[in-house]
Design a protein around this ligand. Structure first.
Ligand SMILES: Cc1ncc(C[n+]2csc(CCOP(=O)(O)OP(=O)(O)O)c2C)c(N)n1
Ligand SMILES: [Mg+2]
Length: 319
């Protein structure tokens, strides 16, 4: 069943927020305003949004090095995310975590991590905490195709499976782990096929179709809330940019990139909403303008915020 019109519009707005936020971060990076590096989610927006559209505020997510989109889809504050990326004191980690360490427990965003595959056992742990507390919350765990070759994938999913923990394991298969093509490191085509090894359902979906992702996640959430255990959802998608800001991604054939650009999830969804009569072209344009204004405000907030003081360097950190 289709989500309500309100939810469809929310999904469209969130996808635009992620896209324009990321493009702005890309631009700010070029102006030397972003310390460290960045990994952009442009092209993969339908995954985070399709999944998070099924989650409540008290549900959890775990994220990755490519995590801005997950945080935005879960309801993260654009100003605080932008401030954190710029290393400012008003950011989620007071400017000390940066792009890859954003967390917001108040919305169930348990954290991004630069360690590939590290979110998987954390999600299983959060699932166990839910089970022990006896609530009907769920966890959505985002990770890449590369992460699915880490030992944590086996350990985390197996444990969640045997204990029937309420976790959605969401593989964002963008075909590459840095410059390594999936076929160079895996003999199977679908990460979801690995679900059979754990005795749980594995589903492959078009990760550039937000409604397909929404539907797969909906079923997995229902199953998880009923105590029936985890699901592995593999979303086939593509990052429009290189792995990180400095990667020109020359290892990808030009034709492949062009093919995927044609499948851009945002124009696809926009056309669908117009076709379905949920939005007019003008309304869609209006939403995009609102989103752009919101992002400008976030940038202004972040630029005007102070850096942390040197004497605060050892506060809030483990040593
Ligand atoms: C444990 C670990 N090994 C290697 C790296 C270096 N590294 C950073 S991102 C990345 C690729 C991850 O690929 P994937 O899981 O497919 O995610 P994607 O970047 O495609 O979203 C690697 C190897 C790391 N950060 N952590
Ligand atoms: Mg990948």
């Amino acid at each position: 069943m289709l989500p309500s019109s309100d939810k469809l519009v929310w999904m469209f707005r969130k996808m635009l927020e992620i896209r324009h936020f990321e493009e702005k971060v890309y631009e700010l990076y070029g102006q030397n305003l972003v310390p460290g590096t960045i990994h952009l989610y442009v092209g993969e927006e339908a995954v985070a949004v399709g999944v998070c559209a099924n989650l409540r505020k008290d549900d959890y997510i775990t994220s990755t090095h490519r995590g801005h989109g997950h945080c935005i889809a879960k309801g993260g504050d654009l100003k605080r995310i932008m401030a954190e990326i710029l290393g400012k004191r008003t950011g989620y980690c007071k400017g000390k975590g940066g792009s890859m360490h954003i967390a917001d427990f108040s919305i169930g965003m348990l954290g991004a991590t630069a360690v590939v595959g590290a979110g998987i056992p954390i999600a299983a742990g959060a699932g166990l905490s839910i089970k022990l507390r006896g609530t009907d919350q769920v966890v959505a765990c985002f990770f890449g195709d590369g992460a699915s070759n880490q030992g944590t994938f086996h350990e985390g999913i197996n444990m969640a499976a045997i204990w029937k923990l309420p976790v959605l394991f969401v593989c964002e298969n963008n075909l590459y782990a840095m410059g390594t093509r999936q076929s160079m490191v895996m003999l199977i085509e679908n990460v979801a096929d690995r679900a059979a090894a754990y005795g749980i359902p594995g589903v492959v979906v078009d990760g550039n179709d937000v409604l397909a992702v929404y539907e797969a996640a909906k079923q997995a959430v229902e199953r998880a809330r009923k105590g029936e255990g985890p699901t592995l959802i593999e979303c086939k998608t593509y990052r429009h940019k290189g792995h990180s800001r400095f990667d020109p991604a020359t290892y990808r054939p030009k034709e492949e990139v062009e093919e995927w650009l044609k499948k851009d999830p945002i124009p696809r969804f926009r056309n669908k909403l117009v076709e379905m009569g949920v939005l007019t072209e003008n309304e869609a344009k209006g939403i995009e303008e609102e989103v752009l204004a919101e992002i400008e405000e976030a940038v202004k907030f972040a630029l005007e915020s102070p850096y942390p003081k040197p004497e605060e360097a050892l506060e809030d950190v483990y040593a």
